[in-house]
Design a protein around this ligand. Structure first.
Ligand SMILES: [Zn+2]
Length: 119
C-alpha cells in the first residue's frame, strides 16, 4: 500500500514500537520450534518506529504484525483511541483473538522481567 507509512507520526510510531516488541516477545517465548525469519521492513520510518532492529518472527507472527501495523496506520480516528478501548473492531476476528493473547502475555512478561525482557 503506497504512502501508508507517511501516516507514521510520534504517537503512531510509539504504538508500532509496542506492537513490534510485544509480538516479538510473544513469538520468542511461545513459538520456539517454528521456523523464524526476519520481519521485512522496506520503509525507513517504519524501521525507525520498530526501534531500528531486526525482529525474528515465525510466519504467523509476521502476518500478525503486518496486519496490526496496517490497521494502526489506517485507523479512521484522529486522535486514535487506545485500541483496547475502541468500539470499532478493525482487526479480522482471528487476528483480534491472537493480538489479545499477545498483549496479555507480553504485558505480564514485561512486568515480571522489566526492560531486560525486551528483544
Ligand atoms: Zn510466532
Amino acid at each position: 500500500m503506497p504512502g501508508i507509512f507517511e501516516r507514521i507520526d510520534d504517537e503512531k510510531g510509539k504504538d508500532i514500537r509496542v506492537l513490534g516488541d510485544f509480538i516479538a516477545i510473544f513469538c520468542r517465548e511461545n513459538h520456539r520450534v517454528e521456523a523464524k525469519d526476519t520481519f521485512p521492513i522496506k520503509d525507513a520510518r517504519l524501521r525507525n518506529s520498530l526501534g531500528d532492529k531486526n525482529l525474528e518472527l515465525c510466519q504467523g507472527c509476521r502476518k500478525l504484525l503486518n496486519h496490526g501495523i496496517a490497521k494502526l496506520l489506517l485507523c479512521p480516528y484522529d486522535p486514535k483511541p487506545m485500541c483496547k478501548e475502541c468500539q470499532t473492531h478493525c482487526y479480522a476476528p482471528s487476528y483480534r483473538e491472537r493480538i489479545r493473547e499477545v498483549m496479555r502475555f507480553s504485558g505480564l512478561y514485561l512486568i515480571k522481567h522489566g526492560q531486560q525482557g525486551l528483544i
